[in-house]
Ligand binder design. Structure first.
Ligand code: SER
Length: 600
């Protein structure tokens, strides 16, 4: 029996629909107004505000499939398990049901013949053994037993295994994890006794706390449930396969790559990298990311270029990215609307990037080989072995030939060499205002920096967009935003440079609103109504039928902004300070970029 990933995905949503869950679309890969991460890395990430107590417009029972990207393990891609893009199946209780229903429904979905119909014998679970934060979770263990799980299939494990936290701060709590037997022969013991033979397939987190800082663990306004089941992992496991590349998610793509490069040139690990990276790239572009040298665009560029080099390693020097991406578009266009509507853009962005890089890859490789040859000659002459490529050389490879530094590191490693990455970064920072480390550092951050500063800047963003539309015209729409505690950065559609007078007028608009004693209120209304009456918003298609509208009105009664948004915002303008635009520049064709601050 082969269970297709698409079947698991649709059955999962169907099942939770029968348990009165609202099915919501995946949030875009790039989090809105969360500067602490470049991409959503967990299913729960876009739902953090709701776990913290904000009412969700779709109710208290939610199920979804969330697109996620993790690039921390990018060097391991090519093995059986690591992927940079994955889909998380999740069901959520936002202050509604708790352990009993959550566990019973997981069991029913997995074992009932109407759903996945797995053999109960193949399943074991873990529960939290207890520590100073929360007691031993006998409650979950008892629920499992009442469903028919034997006591010896339950392992009590410490926080390291059975406490889930979104990041250093944010919602957290004990969890119960569900495992499937992948060992030899008959299932034995549990995760505690036969660790490697049991593969995790589902994680049910009982969110009860909000970690505010290292010493403060607040109770959440209402206990919640956050479950996560990695679609690719569960597909491999349930099909008794060894590798995710054997499943329907990838198998035909690898065959197509083999046909393209020729069976005699085919290298499995290279083909896996090509497939994985272009699958991620397809989704990133569908969510509005374009190849660039900073932030999300840099990650995208790195993935595309690495894929191209892997194809090149297999001796394939012709265009390949569009051929591979087309297969992923076909797989996902009926799952994610953004892939369908973005299909042409995905292919054209990939094609442009391939053309740009394809031209210089060969020359760059020649340059790299020359460099290494130089090391060998120096060794013959002087007897001194050089083992490190200098930072400025790595920078030349980047600047002239478009080699992301990680690629140079990889090339160097293949020859037993290292790269002075710090030296590269210093050279890079000298040439560009933003260093890559700053972008990369964002992976390490926690979730949703909702400090006072970022929230105030987010509110200022709304006022500024209204001001821009007032001063420049209604063609102005948001094209991207990124907020840190220090400043806001905002991209918007507009064809020409703003004059100093226009900039002052927008600043004056925002500052007038702030000075007028702003009050911010939020209401829910039907999406079509909000759209019809001119509420500002972008990506309407990504929102549910009922949307949240934030209204900012002055003490004088003037409405300064009404915009579609998930929050959070200030309640009044008392703490906002003075708004100032510090830079206005071109971002890309037809898009301008503003950097602005609030001066206290
Ligand atoms: N937050 C948990 C996880 O990512 C369950 O969704 O594993």
């Amino acid at each position: 029996m082969h269970i297709h990933s698409s079947e698991i995905r649709s059955k999962y949503l169907e099942f939770f629909k029968t348990k009165s869950h609202a099915i919501i679309p995946s949030a875009p890969l790039v989090p809105e107004n969360d500067p602490s991460v470049l991409f959503n890395t967990a299913g729960m990430q876009p739902l953090v505000p709701y776990l913290l107590g904000q009412p969700h417009p779709m109710g208290k029972r939610i199920a979804d499939v969330q697109k996620c990207v993790r690039t921390g393990d990018i060097d391991d891609v090519g093995d059986d398990t690591h992927l940079t893009f994955f889909e998380m199946l999740g069901n959520w209780s936002l202050g509604d049901y708790f352990k009993k229903e959550s566990i019973a429904w997981s069991w029913e979905f997995l074992t009932d013949s109407k759903w996945l119909g797995l053999d109960p014998k193949m399943i074991s679970v873990t529960v939290f053994e207890g520590d100073e934060n929360a007691p031993r979770d006998e409650e979950s263990a008892d629920i499992w037993k009442s469903l028919g799980i034997n006591a010896d299939r339950i392992a009590y494990l410490p926080a390291e295994d059975n406490w889930w936290a979104a990041g250093p701060t944010g919602p957290c709590g004990p969890d119960t994890e569900i495992f499937y037997w992948v060992g030899e022969g008959e299932p034995q013991g549990n995760k505690g006794t036969h660790s490697k033979a049991w593969m995790e397939i589902w994680n049910n987190v009982f969110m009860q706390y909000n970690r505010v800082d290292a010493n403060t663990l607040d109770k959440l306004p209402a206990p919640c449930v956050d479950t996560g089941m990695g679609l690719e992992r569960v597909t491999v496991t349930l099909n008794g396969m060894k590798s995710v590349y054997e499943t329907d998610a990838f198998a035909d793509v690898l065959t197509a790559i083999k046909d393209l490069v020729g069976a005699e040139n085919y290298v499995e690990s290279s083909a896996r990298i090509v497939a994985d990276h272009l699958r991620s790239a397809t989704h990133m572009i569908s969510d509005g990311v374009v190849p660039k040298n900073v932030d999300q665009g840099y990650i995208l560029r790195r993935l595309i270029r690495r894929a191209i080099r892997e194809a090149y390693k297999m001796g394939y020097e012709k265009p390949i990215v569009a051929d591979v991406a087309k297969l992923f578009i076909a797989k996902f266009e009926n799952v994610y609307a953004s892939v369908k509507t973005g299909a042409d853009r995905i292919l054209s962005e990939l094609g442009k990037e391939e053309e740009k890089f394809g031209k210089s890859l060969k020359d760059g490789m020649r340059e790299f080989d020359k460099l290494v040859k130089g090391f060998e000659i120096a060794f013959e002459r002087t007897g001194q072995k050089i083992t490190q490529i200098a930072g400025n050389k790595a920078f030349t490879l980047f600047d002239t030939y478009g080699f992301p530094v990680e690629m140079t590191v990889e090339l160097a490693k293949e020859r037993g060499l290292t790269v002075d990455v710090e030296g590269f970064e210093a050279a890079f920072a000298k040439h560009q205002e933003l260093s890559r480390t700053a972008a990369e550092g964002k992976f390490k951050g926690g979730l949703g920096d909702q400090s006072g500063e970022t929230v105030a800047l987010h509110s200022a963003c709304h006022l500024m967009l209204s001001g821009l539309r007032k001063v420049l015209g209604a063609h102005v729409a948001q094209a991207g935003s990124n907020i840190t505690a220090e400043r806001l950065r905002f991209d918007f559609t507009h064809g020409e440079k703003m004059t100093p007078e226009q900039i002052s007028a927008v600043e004056a608009y925002v500052n007038e609103a702030i000075a007028s004693g702003l009050r911010v209120t939020v209401s829910e209304e039907a999406k079509e109504t909000a759209k019809g009456r001119g509420v500002i918003g972008s990506f309407w298609e990504k929102y549910p039928d009922v949307v949240k509208v934030y209204k900012m009105s002055g003490g004088n009664g003037t409405v300064y902004s009404e915009e579609l948004c998930g929050g959070p915002h200030v309640e009044t303008s008392a703490e906002m300070g003075k708004f100032k635009i510090v830079k206005e520049e071109a971002s890309s064709s037809g898009v301008r970029r503003i950097k602005a601050v609030l001066e206290k």
